[in-house]
Every structure is written in structure tokens, then in C-alpha cells.
Design a protein around this ligand. Sequence first.
Ligand SMILES: Cc1cc2nc3c(=O)[nH]c(=O)nc-3n(C[C@H](O)[C@H](O)[C@H](O)COP(=O)(O)OP(=O)(O)OC[C@H]3O[C@@H](n4cnc5c(N)ncnc54)[C@H](O)[C@@H]3O)c2cc1C
Ligand code: FES
Length: 282
Amino acid sequence: MSEINRQAQQLSATILSNKRIGQYHQILLNVGEMVRHCRPGNFVAISIGDESSALVLRRAFAISRVSDRGEYGGTLELIVAPHGAGSRWLCSQGENVELDVVGPLGKAFGIPTTPVQAMLIGGAYGSAPLFGLAEVLKARGCRVDMILGASTSSQVYAPLEGKRSVNSLKIYTEDGSTGTTGIVTDPLRELIEAGQIDVIYSCGSMGMLAAIQKIVEGTDVVHQASVEEAMACGIGVCMTCVLPVAAEDGSVSMLRSCIDGPVMDGARVKWDLVGEVFGATS
Ligand SMILES: Cc1cc2nc3c(=O)[nH]c(=O)nc-3n(C[C@H](O)[C@H](O)[C@H](O)COP(=O)(O)OP(=O)(O)OC[C@H]3O[C@@H](n4cnc5c(N)ncnc54)[C@H](O)[C@@H]3O)c2cc1C
Ligand code: FES
């Protein structure tokens, strides 16, 4: 039987703080014992709205960081971009509000057993789970470099304490408002050719993940990509989140990114078929 979601629980989590950082909200939740089972790459599904305004579907958010120290016991941090009705509702909630949370869900990033050179690449709020991952990789003796990208500076999420957990951090913005003007893939080919990357851990838009995989193709670099497909149930029931993924024998099937992911082997995802009606003939 699959180990996925075996430790998931549903609980009422109190909002301890909700701070605006650039275009995002950093929301800290008291989740108690749940933190013991959270791994970088897992996500939570949060019920949105109250009795009079409830929206049917839960919304998925990557677990940014967890802590089991401090005065509140187990705390879990989310980085939320307010755009649709649900995420805007969440960002408008203040301290002491209780949220209905299910987690930890999904497949986490694989952690190497021996030290490797790890490159962490995040697009916009996709950097959220990477700082917690960086801490785990550093504890394993890995070299950890990070590249973050966004269209403009207010969309870059790079907290000060997070910067301390990496060996180097480069920021790219499309409008040049912070860091280097460009996109996260710009320096990648050169770094791979120089032998400076063994494993890439990525989280961001599907376009960014596909572009990274294109560069990695044909090299020895392993690419663990955290995909972000629209999810309705988040627990493997509805098939909303399926992606075309190749098996070892080359056969392609549609896998559910909520339970077979969100972290997937970038080399196995058929990026050019994402969004196609798979198997359809014209
Ligand atoms: C694994 C994962 C991690 C994420 N992490 C973060 C994060 O850290 N920070 C962040 O800001 N956002 C994150 N997101 C995105 C976040 O879930 C969306 O912002 C949110 O679902 C959009 O909700 P909304 O209420 O703002 O928008 P709305 O447009 O009001 O909500 C749309 C809802 O409908 C669902 N939906 C959309 N298309 C379909 C469809 N075709 N069929 C069925 N249902 C559909 C969506 O999943 C969502 O639940 C993550 C998403 C995933 C899947
Ligand atoms: S979101 Fe329902 S199966 Fe994945």
C-alpha cells in the first residue's frame, strides 16, 4: 500500500500571524504535532471561507517551513499570493482565526543519502518550499546554491533568514528591478557544463519547469520538479490534477500530481503533452 498521505490529518489550526511581504502574505499557523510529519515538498489543503461564504474546494499551498521549537510548539509557514477568491480570503484573515487544514499531503522532495551539489530553483512564490529544503540538504552535507526568478522585485520571495541557509543566491527579474535582468534558466547551461550541479530541485510555473528540463535533457543532472497543476480534491479522488508521465518502459500514463507528486522526476514528465487531451486523435 502506498505510503503517500499515511500521516495526513485534518485539524483546526490557529493563525499566529499574517504579514505582508512584497506581493505575498506570510501566514504562520499553529499545527501542533503535524509538523513532525511535514517534509519539504509536501503541501496542505485548506478549507476556504466561513459558514456563510464557504467555497466548495479546498486550496492547496506548499508548506514553506515548519518549526517544532518556540513558544507555540509546532508551527507551519505558508507564502500565499492573493489572486483568486480563495487565496484573497485566506490573505485577509487575521490572528487567532481558526483554519480547517488537511496535511501533510503529497510526495516530498527526495533527499540524497550522500552529499551532492544541489541547485534549488524557484519562480515567484515557488521559492517558498525551497528554503526549508535547503536546511535539510545542508544538514546532509550538500552544497546548496539557489536561483530565484520573478517578473519583478515584489514577486521575489527571499527572506533574510532563508538566505543564510544557502551557499549562494542569485536573483533574476525580467524587468531588472532587482538582481540580474533575465530568467532563471539563463545561467543554467554554463553551470551544468562546469560540473557544478548534480541535482536540481525546482518549484514554479509549469513553463519554468519545462524549460529547466529542456536544458537538463541529455546530461547526468537529476531534476526533481514540484509541479503545480490545478487541484480540486488534493487527495487523489477527482483526477483533476493528472499529468502525462512516462514509465521506465517508455509507456505514458496520466498520473495524479496530488499523490504521485507534486514532486516528480522531471525527466519522466512529458512536458510537451501537458494540457493536451491525452490519447485523443484528430
Ligand atoms: C501543490 C500546490 C502548491 C501550491 N502552493 C502555493 C503556494 O505556496 N502559494 C500560493 O499562493 N499558491 C500556491 N498554490 C496555488 C494555489 O493553490 C492557488 O492559488 C489556488 O488554488 C487558487 O485559488 P484561488 O481561490 O485563489 O483562485 P480561484 O480561481 O478562486 O480558485 C480556483 C479553484 O478551482 C480549482 N480549479 C482550477 N481549475 C480547475 C479545473 N480545471 N478543475 C477543477 N478545479 C479547478 C483550483 O484548484 C482552485 O481550488 C499551489 C497549488 C498547488 C497545486
Ligand atoms: S486533485 Fe483530485 S485527484 Fe488530484
